[in-house]
Design a protein around this ligand. Structure first.
Ligand SMILES: [Fe+2]
Ligand SMILES: [Fe+2]
Length: 446
């Protein structure tokens, strides 16, 4: 009988975020890794994604890591548990070994190839322990991934991911890009686009035309005199900015359908704000990707959540619960509930809608702490802009202006994935980001 392999999830629990993120960065392509900095976060991840392998630091704040792993083993006898330690004192190490019993202890400074070898063996061990629970391929396709049998076959996982995305997309009925928007885009991209053709196309949809005029006359565009017609809007804004407004107006219409009005306003304000800040950052950084692309990425980045909120029963409740605590585990929560997450679905949707590769790749990775490519590229640059926009907006909106400057300094950029080497790649210093945040406060207040 054919067996469909599923992913064995690995949880690393360590107070040192830099260390767990380094592991995620080095080995994330090969294994499905989750990281936690404290016991509470670890328990939430365990409940949601049921990792097959748990690697914990010995010295945790709340409990000894050995006691924690022993407890987990008693609850889930099939898991593979391992300890991590930076301890050098031989007596302390001998004592830890005695307490740990059968649980192997790894040194924190272990080389990554060695760690890869150990994790691969652990995956194999987990597979052996769970052999009786293997699920036939046909059955696997019918339900979300749950750890059971395992394999680290990237290609097979990709195939299954695609299949699950398609199933979910069908279920929540993600619409295709509106034809009118596509027609306008085609005209705009011509060598010599015609204003009258564009104006005529927009006039086919009176609702869209009215929404466009409303957006152009909003305080954000700061028009001294109101714009009264589509042709006037076109000549005032220029073709690229006009297209941005068309997209904003049509996306708003599309996403609001079937959604609770309050939920929609919240989501929409967030995406619109991220779009404007992303555009601002792109101009400020003089990125190789255009400010329009940055705006587009921001506007679309969480759009799949709107479709999930309106079509997937139960999604609203779990997401609201998650957002009450933090955004940290939102992907894990979604994974557990829908067998996928909004970043993957959003990236898929962007691709289907014919958005540029850098746009849908940035959306696909927007909750990751590491760029989609380690080298400088349009994909990585747009990811950086989007991540920075979300981070700065969160900091400003949660802490208010004055306090945010302090918490920004205290928290440090490293903690959210903006490592020194990443900032260096874009020739930025922490002070530059602080100045940028001051400028962004003005956009938020508009
Ligand atoms: Fe977001
Ligand atoms: Fe998101």
């Amino acid at each position: 009988m054919n067996h469909e392999p599923c992913v064995v999830r690995i949880l690393f629990l360590d107070r040192d975020r830099a260390m767990t993120e380094e592991i995620l960065f080095r080995l994330g392509n090969r294994f499905e890794i989750y990281t936690a900095q404290d016991i509470y976060m670890a328990v939430r991840i365990i409940k949601r994604v049921r990792p097959g392998i748990i690697v914990s630091e010995i010295n945790l704040d709340e409990i000894n890591g050995i006691s924690f792993l022993l407890k987990m083993q008693s609850l889930m006898p099939n898991i593979v548990a391992m300890l991590l330690t930076g301890e050098k004192n031989p007596d302390a190490l001998a004592q830890a070994k005695e307490m740990a019993g059968d649980i192997p202890i790894l040194k924190k400074n272990i080389e990554h190839p060695e760690l890869t070898r150990i994790l691969t063996a652990a995956v194999e061990l987990y597979r052996q322990r769970n052999k009786s629970q293997e699920v036939p391929a046909q059955k696997m396709a019918e339900k979300p991934v749950k750890p059971g049998t395992c394999s680290v076959s990237v290609e097979e996982d990709k195939g299954r991911e695609e299949e699950m995305v398609l199933k979910l997309v069908k279920e929540i009925q993600i619409p295709s890009q509106p034809k009118l928007v596509m027609d306008i885009y085609r005209e705009i991209k011509k060598k010599e686009p015609s204003f009258s053709v564009i104006a005529n196309l927009v006039s086919q949809d009176a609702g869209l035309a009215a929404r466009i005029i409303r957006i152009v006359n909003s305080p954000y565009y700061g028009r001294p005199t109101p714009v009264k017609s589509i042709t006037h809007a076109l000549t005032t804004l220029g073709i690229n900015n006009f297209y941005k407004v068309v997209l904003t107006a049509s996306l708003r219409e599309l996403m609001s359908k079937g959604m609770d009005a309050k939920d929609f306003e919240k989501m929409w304000n967030h995406m619109l704000m991220v779009a404007r800040v992303s555009e601002f950052i792109a101009i400020w950084m003089r990125t190789s990707v255009s400010p329009e692309q940055a705006y587009l990425t921001g506007l679309f980045h969480d759009s799949s959540m709107c479709f999930l909120l309106s079509k997937k029963a139960g999604y609203r409740k779990i997401i609201l619960e998650e957002l009450k605590c933090s955004h940290q585990n939102i992907l894990a929560t979604e994974m557990d509930f829908i067998g996928n997450n909004h970043a993957v679905i959003g990236g898929w949707m962007g691709k289907e809608w014919g958005q540029p590769k850098a746009v849908y790749t940035a959306i696909r990775h927007h909750h990751n702490h590491f760029p989609p490519t380690s080298q400088k590229s349009d994909d990585a640059e747009l990811w950086f802009v989007l991540r920075l926009a979300e981070y700065l907006l969160d900091t400003i909106l949660v802490d208010k202006k004055q306090e945010s400057l302090e918490s920004f300094e205290n928290q440090g950029l490293e903690a959210v994935g903006f490592t020194a080497s990443l900032l260096q790649m874009y020739q930025l210093k922490a002070d530059d980001i602080l100045n940028l945040m001051n400028d962004i406060v003005d956009i938020v207040e508009l």
